[in-house]
Design a protein around this ligand. Structure first.
Ligand SMILES: [Mn+2]
Length: 421
């Protein structure tokens, strides 16, 4: 029978991090947001138990600060103890936020099954199942907040080093490091191509807060992302990866959402709205659609009203945006809109612009002439995409008419010579 291992890969827990950047929060929401990070960690532990994984890997930045609170350590140790009781060990390394030198050993003991990778050099260990070695690990964390410039955090970590350090071969080899890879040159960067040549089956990385997978079909280098976004810059679903390595098969890494609160920046198209109340209804639709794909309990959203609408001037009346924001917030317990911005545009009275005979009328005439000659327009776009070495979007021909209208409206906007109706 082919050998197989399953584990959870998470990183960037940032226990103890303040949630930032909320402009206007109700006291109730402030409480929920403050609890979101520890709640996501608890969900990570629950998920490991429910899925009966072989082990948990944490690739650094467990804590947000170099001196985390006793309460944060307790929460962390309690979670790891629950896993330990279920026979699930944890393998972790330190990150730039919680470097090795500041790691507290005087607050609480971590379970004996927890392995902390060293940070001054690579460390190796082995996971056994039924008395047989199943996985060899190689990993390294951050020693201080700043990684030694020019040093390579992955140096010396490869399959043969892990196997010889463990004194045995194993079906699988897993690397664990906190690194900027080739994405953040300031945080222990390392070359992804070199990682692929190490013979490790899977590199569990931490530091980049966005989940990233090198190859969806057969992932080998993966950033799990943070478990809970802290502000609108960390928008979208956040969680961990359920990794399955199996002999003779491609690797699998399934993203599992853990964040209870997901941040979003969303646009609400008001162009089909006849009243401000319609706009609130359209906002609801957008919120539910986004919530469906984010798979979270709660969403904090920044909404932007867009599109051409006769409501443009009404929306600009004093107090209108705050009334509308309150209406949206009162209607939904699951969503909190902390900012609502009007970016709508007044509709153009194109007939009036044509009648004026000024530059906008020339622009409109040119746009219509181009629209009439679709082949020429498509040819032009193809040439531009080829020049920029970009792939042409699919079904472009069918979308040409709408795109051309949009382009001429945008050009008119730039001219800023419209009339409010
Ligand atoms: Mn981090």
């Amino acid at each position: 029978m082919s050998k197989r291992v399953t584990f959870l890969h998470a990183a960037d827990l940032h226990l103890g991090a303040p949630m930032r950047g909320l402009r206007a929060l109700s006291p109730q929401w402030a409480d929920e947001v403050a609890q979101a990070i520890p709640a996501a960690f608890d969900r990570l532990v629950e998920t490991a138990l429910e899925r009966s994984v072989d082990f948990l890997v944490l690739a650094g930045d467990i804590f947000d600060q170099a001196r985390p609170s006793y309460a944060n350590y307790l929460r962390f140790a309690h979670g790891l103890a629950r896993l330990d009781e279920a026979g699930i060990p944890t393998y972790l390394c330190t990150g730039n936020h919680d470097p090795y030198t500041s790691w507290r050993t005087d607050l609480v003991d971590l379970p004996s099954s927890t392995y902390l990778f060293p940070a001054d050099k690579p460390g190796f260990t082995c996971f056994e199942k039924a008395g047989e070695p199943l996985v060899v690990f190689g990993g390294r964390g951050f020693y201080n907040q700043v990684f030694e410039s020019g040093a390579n955090i992955a140096e010396g970590i490869d399959r043969s080093a892990a196997e010889s350090a463990c004194g045995r071969k194993a079906p699988f080899a897993v690397g664990v490091i906190h690194t900027g890879l080739n994405l953040d040159p300031n945080k222990a960067p390392t070359d992804p191509k070199a990682l692929l040549d190490t013979g490790m089956d899977y590199w569990a990385l931490g530091h980049i807060h966005q989940p990233l997978v090198d190859d969806e079909e057969d992932p080998h280098i993966v950033f799990s992302g943070c478990i809970q976004g802290r502000d609108v810059n960390e928008a979208g679903a956040r969680g961990c990866f359920l990794v399955t390595l199996e002999e003779g098969k491609a690797n699998r890494a399934e993203f599992l959402p853990l964040a209870s609160i997901v941040w979003q920046t969303l646009d609400v198209d008001t162009s089909a709205c006849n009243t401000v109340d319609d706009t609130a209804a359209e906002a609801s639709k957008v919120l539910y659609r986004a919530n469906g794909s984010a798979k979270c309990d709660r969403m904090v959203v920044r909404l932007r009203l867009v599109g051409q609408t006769p409501l443009h001037s009404v929306l600009q009346e004093p107090g209108m945006m705050s009334d509308l924001r309150e209406q949206i917030n009162a209607a939904h317990r699951s969503f909190f809109c902390d900012s609502l911005r009007d970016a709508t545009r007044a509709p153009w009275d194109k007939e009036a612009l044509r009648a004026e005979g000024l530059f906008p009328s020339v622009l409109l005439e040119t746009a219509e002439r181009m629209k009439a000659n679709e082949t020429e327009s498509l040819g032009y776009i193809q040439d531009e995409f080829m020049r920029l070495d970009l792939k042409l979007p699919r079904a472009l021909g069918e979308r040409m008419e709408g795109l051309q209208d949009q382009a001429s409206d945008m050009a008119l906007d730039v001219l800023r010579c419209g009339v409010d109706v």
